[in-house]
Ligand binder design. Structure first.
Ligand code: ISL
Length: 545
């Protein structure tokens, strides 16, 4: 296996509209991020993944791009972007940009042309079909509720949109579309960025007909051909990292996307572990408790099956997910910090590149102050409310609000909690942020944690530092211990005769386990001492021998 810098890196995900406002419009921006770069450096991250900052009508918070080569004015200018990049590089931080090329905004110039006439030169940039018997050409549905087909009066055809109707899907079969995208990517790389996180990249290839209604990776025909072409024509010319967002991938298919010798991507985001608490029918809007043995089994399969063949990404959370400590840990005051540290350790000591979503390093929690749908901003949430509550009456308002509270995307999108001042230091007092703050910011904020050696922040910082010191954390082989245990997650990593053991209590009970007292010296823990085989609530211990 050839070693790559991104295998040894820790990535910090920044959602810029919620990170730091610098001009008092209630929206985070590039100058705000620039001011906070030293914070990310101090945490010990190596790479920033920046979610979209391109020009966009913001139907889906920037994932609907109307110009790939200009900056959203509310976020700043291209000069501001260059300044962020230069400052980041000066600090030794790399920047990976979001690449959203499954779809554009309907306000992109290509789509404005495309919808004008069936013989417009841009028509074939998108996916247009005639109606069948007066309605949608095929039964595909949108991730954001309703049909994936929108009828366009002007030309009497439907266009495909896997997400909102303001996000028409690009037609990757069209050689010119792919040329345009590769050209755009090349210009960004030549600007000096360090890679791409590729939005829903395993959806870019569409079948000839749209009769297969199963979701997932198996409806892709050409995706590997496209990614190999992209790699050949663009990616392989730079020393960058790429991570594909690939819902539906399995350890087998991930080896095609991210195999060491498949010449596609550096790694992918898989979502199997994030599906355990979802409902078959109502998805994230009806929640089920997770079974630890199943979570361990999924993560272990990825560890074992990719070993030596492809590289894992490791994440609990991102801007589409609820907060990790609320979902997998315990966000009550007594256990919040303990369980946030425990979760961090269980994830970061596995093999792969860890991703920290902004605020996770502080133990930021889900939002419990949502009173009504009017407090929500996320298009997925708003559309689902419209569909499931208002139109089809499948969920009662209270049940849906509970679903939103437990799993809605806005949980991750409230402003970063910097300090105890009004608006948490995200924006000035008196400004109304684009989305309400989590009202626990006086308790959970960066200012109270960065200098506290016992804080969640310091725990994450310590993990990041240990990773630099011990190659076993990056490269060791993973073995699960006691797979059936529903309360404890224990595993080892081995490399060159060394053994690293991680033992974690996922409950609020004190337990006794032989695995909890392995040989070796304690490298990291969240209680300050070692109780041997006794594991206290949410205790985690990491040993090295
Ligand atoms: O949560 C999911 C899978 O468990 C899905 O929300 C999935 O990650 C998502 O639908 C794809 O997300 C990406 O593309 C969307 C955008 O809204 C998300 O923010 C982005 O991460 C469309 O561009």
């Amino acid at each position: 296996m050839q070693k790559h810098w991104w295998q040894e890196a820790v990535v910090y995900q920044v959602y810029p509209r919620s990170f730091q406002d610098s001009d008092d419009d209630g929206l985070g921006d590039l100058n705000g991020l620039r001011r906070r770069l030293p914070y990310i450096k101090r945490l010990g991250a190596d790479v920033i993944w920046l979610t979209p900052v391109y020009r966009s009508p913001d139907d889906d918070n920037g994932y609907d791009i109307s110009d790939y080569e200009s900056i959203q004015p509310a976020f700043g200018t291209m000069a501001d972007f260059d300044a962020v990049l230069a400052d980041a590089h000066a600090l030794g931080l790399k920047i990976v940009m979001d690449l959203v090329v499954n779809h554009t905004s309907d306000e992109h110039a290509w789509f404005a042309e495309s919808r004008k006439a069936v013989d417009n030169p841009y028509r074939d940039y998108y996916i247009w079909r005639d109606p069948v018997d007066g309605h949608e050409p095929a039964p595909w549905s949108s991730t954001f509720s309703g049909s994936a087909w929108e009828f366009d009066e002007a030309t009497g055809q439907y266009y495909l949109h896997l997400f909102s109707k303001k996000q028409p899907d690009l037609n990757w079969r069209n050689d010119t579309v792919r040329d345009e995208i590769y050209g755009m990517m090349t210009r960004w790389l030549d600007r000096g960025i360090d890679g791409f996180r590729m939005d829903v990249i395993n959806s870019i290839s569409k079948p000839e007909d749209f009769t297969n209604t199963r979701r997932g990776d198996d409806r892709q025909a050409q995706v590997h051909a496209y990614l190999r072409e992209m790699n050949d024509r663009v990616l392989s010319k730079y020393d960058i990292m790429t991570v594909g967002e690939t819902g539906g991938v399995t350890p087998e298919s991930a080896q095609l996307y991210a195999g060491y010798d498949t010449h596609e991507l550096s790694m992918v985001f898989q979502f199997q572990h994030l599906s355990l608490d979802l409902d078959r029918e109502f998805g994230r809007w009806r929640h089920h408790p997770i079974q630890l043995s199943r979570l361990k089994a999924i993560m272990t399969r990825w560890q074992v099956e990719l070993a030596g063949k492809a590289w894992n990404s490791l994440f609990w959370s991102n801007h589409d997910q609820p907060r990790a400590v609320s979902r997998w840990g315990n966000d009550r005051p007594l256990y919040r910090e303990l369980s946030a540290k425990m979760l961090g350790a269980v994830l970061h000591y596995q093999q792969g590149t860890p991703y920290i979503y902004q605020g996770e390093e502080l133990g930021m929690t889900n939002v419990y102050n949502v009173q009504s749908i009017d407090d929500c901003r996320d298009i997925e949430t708003l559309n689902a409310w419209q569909d499931l509550v208002e139109t089809r009456h499948l969920l009662a308002p209270d049940e849906m609000l509970l679903g939103i509270e437990l799993c809605g995307r806005d949980n991750a999108r409230t402003p970063m909690q910097w300090d105890t001042s009004a608006n948490a230091g995200f924006t000035s007092a008196g400004v109304t942020p684009w989305i309400g703050l989590n009202d626990n910011y006086p308790k959970i904020n960066a200012a109270s944690q960065v200098d506290d050696p016992n804080s969640v922040f310091s725990f994450y910082r310590e993990m990041n530092a240990l990773r630099k010191q011990y190659p076993i954390i990056t490269y060791g082989d993973y073995t699960l211990l006691a797979p059936e245990d529903e309360q404890v997650w224990a595993y080892t990593r081995t490399l060159d005769g060394q053994v690293l053991t991680v033992v974690a209590n996922f409950t609020d009970e004190t337990l006794t386990r032989p695995e909890a007292a392995p040989a070796g010296t304690l490298l990291q823990q969240n209680y300050g001492d070692d109780a041997g085989e006794r594991l206290r609530p949410y205790e985690v211990k990491v040993y090295l021998k």
